[in-house]
Design a protein around this ligand. Structure first.
Ligand code: UDP
Ligand code: MN
Length: 647
């Protein structure tokens, strides 16, 4: 029977058929939606996030032309635009749902998994059982290992472990007990926490945001301002916008071009609404009560720039390591930043860490991880240097400027924030010399004649400087306009502990040995506190620079803080004695013979290179004391890599 000859269906049958079809279509739609959502989750490998539970559509993406918006913004907060922002175009995500944060699950249903093999290092504290679910041991299969490896390569830390840690993790209480009874003023200023990010991992970025929201009181937190520095990762686009639009007091703005750390923070500052800016890295976790102690110090004096104690999150295990107090930020003559621990405060100095364990400590520099600064003061010193390229040393520039132009810096011990220390920098830079170029700007703008000391220890920077001059006209003008002090003042008043090398010609440079053709060398793996001196091919990059100073010390290292010393016949490096006046001269160079004599023993410095440096042990190769003799292995020259006038 052909279909044409079928009897026509009745109306009721037709209606049933339509209803059936409709139900089928609805079921299929529902299923695809479910599968699709699951798929997104899988492809992005993101932790479970509350997307499904939200009933609203995507947030409005508003394209804002910068000039128009700046005018509006200026009107709102009474700030003039910062120069570096002139060409920016921004996308701004406006929160669509202010009051619905209750929709978001407060405590995510994640298990905390930490590798079972780890050993607790001294000072390592895992969050207490009440704060964090118990660590679960898992066996990492080869697939897991492979995922960890590729995540490490991509982010510079073990993102696989990070994903398994709750977005809401509470850090253990590590504040000094005296902090817990501190009372803060009722009228503290409000803060904008500005978090710049470039291709940050989802888990670390969101943990940073939640940690701020979970620890800062509503009264003091004006907003969390996320600033996307032109990220390329897909999950940081609409998925992040969607997520953020449902968080109360979180705003997201995006730059349409890569600004780098300094530019991105300046942009955030121009858009921030709080009275105080807290610049925070996009991979931090805050401890309870961290914000008030910082705000209190600023409320007392708006020219103070303050940092919490920066605790450390391990890049491999995500363990939390509490940093020992006292700690302050310093830099060396290669313009590299370090946290300096356990320095004994000099008598009569303002930082009375020993008298009161919770007294803030003055700090010559502050790290970039978390920096708190009054918005108007930041503006009055004109923000970060807009000439700073993508990454590096921008906090050193800001620190020297703050101190030299009327402000001060300190670490506040009752405030603690943990920062993820990465294994390596994850950004591919278009130009490998970015850090050196930034340092050249600092040296030329701020170091005056002291810049020669820097260029001798960073020969790459020296050669860059020889082939091009940084455009610092505006910075020099700014320095004049603000009436800033010179670098001599900075060294005398802010950082008197930094040893100032004299780098006398013929008595400083690489210590070249005629007999071996090698240079005195300190293997980096022995750490910054000292160890056995060795010899190695001359590097030419400034890392082997040392000097014989007028008080008879051979000073080594970028801070000039390590000295040639002896242990029986071995020549070793140890921290230099602090009191210059009381020490007896240790070394003397005899110009004619090239011998370097150890005065207390009257023995000579000799290079020993038995059986090849690469295979030999430290006992066989290196620098030794031997009876003086006219031997090429006891003949030394200080070779200057950088001609004094060129620096
Ligand atoms: N960052 C940025 N743009 C860049 C490089 C970095 O916005 O071009 C962000 C980065 O995501 C982080 C902050 O700036 O939140 C500081 O950078 P980073 O953590 O790499 O500095 P480090 O802690 O290594 O000194
Ligand atoms: Mn960082």
């Amino acid at each position: 029977m052909s279909i044409w000859s079928r009897p026509r269906p009745s109306r009721r049958q037709m209606l049933c058929l339509w209803l059936l079809l409709l139900a089928l279509a609805l079921a299929v739609l529902g299923l695809t939606d479910l599968v699709f959502q699951e798929d997104i989750q899988k492809t992005l490998k993101l932790p479970r996030r509350p997307m499904q539970s939200l009933s609203v559509g995507p947030p409005d993406l508003e394209v804002i032309v910068d000039s128009r918006d700046r005018a509006r913004h200026q009107h709102i907060v009474g700030l003039s635009p910062l120069n570096s922002l002139q060409e920016d175009q921004l996308l701004m995500v406006v929160s669509t749902q202010r009051e619905n944060s209750a929709l978001l699950p407060r405590k995510e249903n994640y298990r905390v998994v930490l590798p079972g093999s780890k050993k607790d290092s001294p000072g390592t504290v895992l969050p207490s059982p009440g704060d964090m679910e118990k660590p679960v041991e898992i066996q990492f299969g080869s697939l897991e290992k492979e995922m960890e490896r590729s995540a490490l390569q991509k982010y510079g830390f073990n993102e696989v472990v990070s994903e398994r840690i709750p977005l809401h993790r509470h850090l253990p209480e590590m504040r000094n007990p005296a902090c817990l009874t501190e009372r803060y003023s009722d009228s503290l200023p409000t803060a904008s926490v500005v978090i710049c990010f470039h291709d940050e991992a989802w888990s670390t970025l969101l943990r940073t945001v939640h940690s701020v929201l979970d620890t800062a009181s509503k009264k003091h937190l004006r907003e969390v301002l996320l600033v996307d520095d032109f990220s390329q990762q897909g999950y940081l686009k609409s998925v992040l916008s969607e997520y953020v639009s449902h968080l109360e007091s979180v705003r997201l703005i995006r730059s349409m071009r890569r600004l780098g750390v300094a530019g991105c923070r300046t942009l955030g500052a121009a858009r921030a609404l709080g009275e105080v800016l807290v610049f925070m890295d996009s991979h931090c976790e805050c401890s309870r009560g961290w914000l008030e102690p910082l705000l209190e110090r600023l409320a007392e004096d708006r020219t103070r720039v303050v940092s919490p104690i920066m605790d450390v999150i391990n890049w491999q295990t995500f363990e939390y390591n509490a940093t020992q107090w006292p700690v302050r930020g310093v830099f060396d003559w290669k313009l590299d930043f370090h946290w300096e621990h356990n320095r004994k405060p000099e008598r009569g100095q303002q930082d009375s860490a020993e008298e009161s364990p919770i007294q803030p400590v003055r700090s010559p520099v502050l790290g970039g991880g978390v920096l708190t600064i009054d918005r108007h003061f930041f503006q009055s010193v004109e923000g970060y240097d807009p000439g700073m390229l993508l990454w590096g040393a921008e906090q050193i520039e800001l620190s020297i400027r703050v101190w030299s132009c009327g402000g001060s810096m300190e670490v506040v011990p009752c405030s603690r924030v943990a920062h993820l220390e990465r294994h390596h920098l994850p950004y591919p830079f278009p130009d490998q010399d970015i850090l050196q170029r930034n340092k050249v700007r600092i040296a030329d703008t701020w170091l005056d004649a002291y810049r020669k000391i820097y260029y001798k220890r960073d020969t790459l920077a020296h050669f860059i400087r020889q082939s091009e001059s940084p455009n610092i006209t505006e910075r020099v003008r700014l320095k004049k306009r603000l009436g800033c002090q010179n670098f001599h003042w900075f060294l005398s008043n802010v950082f008197p502990e930094l040893y100032v090398p004299q780098d006398r010609p013929g008595l400083s440079g690489e210590l070249y040995n005629v007999g071996t053709g090698y240079c005195a060398d300190y293997p980096q793996r022995q750490g910054p506190q000292g160890g056995t001196m060795g010899i190695a091919p001359c590097s030419g990059n400034g890392n082997q620079h040392c000097e014989l100073n007028p008080v008879g010390e051979v000073r080594w290292g970028p801070a000039g803080a390590l000295c040639f010393n002896t242990l029986r016949q071995w020549v070793i490096l140890t921290p230099c004695p602090a009191h210059k006046l009381s020490i007896k001269p240790q070394w003397k160079m005899i110009k004619l013979s090239g011998q370097l004599v150890h005065l207390p023993t009257q023995l000579c410095l000799q290079a020993v290179k038995e059986g090849g440096v690469s295979q030999g042990t430290l006992a066989e190769n290196g620098l030794f004391l031997r009876p003086c003799a006219h031997h090429p292995r006891q003949q030394w020259h200080f070779e200057q890599l950088v001609a004094p006038k060129a620096a």
